[in-house]
Every structure is written in structure tokens, then in C-alpha cells.
Design a protein around this ligand. Sequence first.
Ligand code: 48F
Length: 258
Amino acid sequence: MNMEEKISGAIVRSYFKKLEENLAVDVAIVGAGPSGLVAARDLALKGFKVAVFESKLAPGGGTWGGGMLMNEVVVQNDGAEILHEFGITTVPVDDMYHTVDSVEMASGLIFGARKAGAVIFNAVKVEDIVIHNGVVCGVVINSNPVVHMGMHVDPIVIMTRALVDGTGHPSEIVNKAVNKAGVKIDSPTGGILGEKPMWMEDGERTTVENTKKLYPGLYASGMAANNVQGGFRMGPIFGGMFKSGRKVAKLIAEDLSR
Ligand code: 48F
């Protein structure tokens, strides 16, 4: 067999093995941002089968660019502790805050989630959800370039016991549940309240408080949770995102172990 055939064959077999093994998972996480990646690692370390679907080529979400493309971010002490578990270096600013190189943070979060056993499917867009008998139980996926180019190509489906909306500001998955499936979620209005403007301190606190189960099988983390419950945005401080990921992982682990 020539080298060309060998290399192509290895990629095709390896990819389809990975895809087939993940047609049904314990937890599907939509969005490989900081909250989704922390949740993915925590759940994978607990032994759950976790697949992360990220529409962009590079996972990491809003972590790469720091503040206004100055590639440093800030975390609080408890956020720094979570980063240290990933082996990511933080530099103390004072007795409360640390700076972090955003490239080290993004790559470290991705590597940590993957090394713990979570599988990341990049360039894959979740375009819809599956609901059976009042329970969210799957994601409808397509190649993101296909979606982006507007090609009329049908998707495939991944079934899951728990689904996390980690899509950040637009909360795309909860949007599908509320506006397409017409379900009432656990929020003050039963729908999506929409994110408020910048208030770092309040936004950091509510990101964690707003992380919850919204409907049977459906959870939200990070900015998606804040968008759903009407929380404030907070910009380039990330402790709340990590704690939100940790909280959603804990909620799901408890629910799936019942
Ligand atoms: O927005 P994002 O980084 O998620 P997060 O965990 O973190 C928010 C912070 O980065 C930042 C902030 C911190 O102060 O405010 O914004 O809430 O990442 C969300 C990821 O979801 C992907 C998107 O490309 C991004 O990488 N995504 C969004 N919609 C879809 C999706 C979709 N339909 N299918 C797959 N991936």
C-alpha cells in the first residue's frame, strides 16, 4: 500500500471510530468555551462519556483574545485554583486577582478537557435539539462549513442523557428549546430574559447562580446561563465561567447518578 492510501485510511478509520463511539453519550456540551471545557473535564474525570461540539475550527470560545486583543485575562483566587488543576500558570496581581496569558489558558483548557477523556468535535455546528416526551435527549449536528455556505444538506443526530448550552452570549440551544420547541424553562418568565450590560461584580456572581437545569435534560452554563436569566456581562474576567462549568458538571453528575 502506498503512503498516501495509508495516511488517508488511518484518518478515515480513526475519525469514524470516534464518531461512532459518540453517537450516544452521557453528556453533550455545545460550545467549547471556558465553562463548557471545565464542565467537560470534570464530567469526563467522573467517568461520564462526554462529547463537546464546537462550531469554530479552534475550540476555546472567547478565551483567546484577552481584553481588546491584549492577550491577558484576569481571574479571582478561586478561579485561579481551577486553572492550576489544568496546569495553567497564573500571576498574582494582588491578594484577590491574577493575570493569565490567554493563549496558555485557551490551549490549557482544551488540552485538559481532552486529556480527561472528553471528545471535542470542532467545526461542527449544533443546529437543533431532539425532544422526546418532554425530555431533551439529543443534538442535531452538521458540518459548520456546510451551514455557513447555506448548502441544503441534512444533519445527523447525537443522542445524550444531558445537554449543556455552553454557547455563550446567544444561548443558541436554549433558544431552540424556547422558540422552536415552545417549552417553558426554569426562568422568571419561562423564557429567555436576555443579557444585561456590563457590571463585572454582579455578572461574575450571577453567572454561577444562573447555572442550572432549565428543563428535563437541558442545562446552561457560562454566558448562556446569564443570557437566559437576564444577568449582567462581565468582560475579560473568567472565574465565574470556570465555577459555572464546575457547577453544571456537579448538577449533571448528581442527576445522572440518581
Ligand atoms: O462564549 P464562549 O467563550 O462561552 P462561555 O463559556 O464563556 C464566555 C466568555 O468567553 C466570555 C465572557 C467572559 O467574561 O463573557 O464571552 O459562556 O464560547 C461559546 C462557544 O460556543 C460556540 C462558539 O463558537 C464558542 O466557541 N458555539 C456557539 N453556538 C454554537 C457553538 C453551536 N450552535 N454549535 C456549536 N458551537
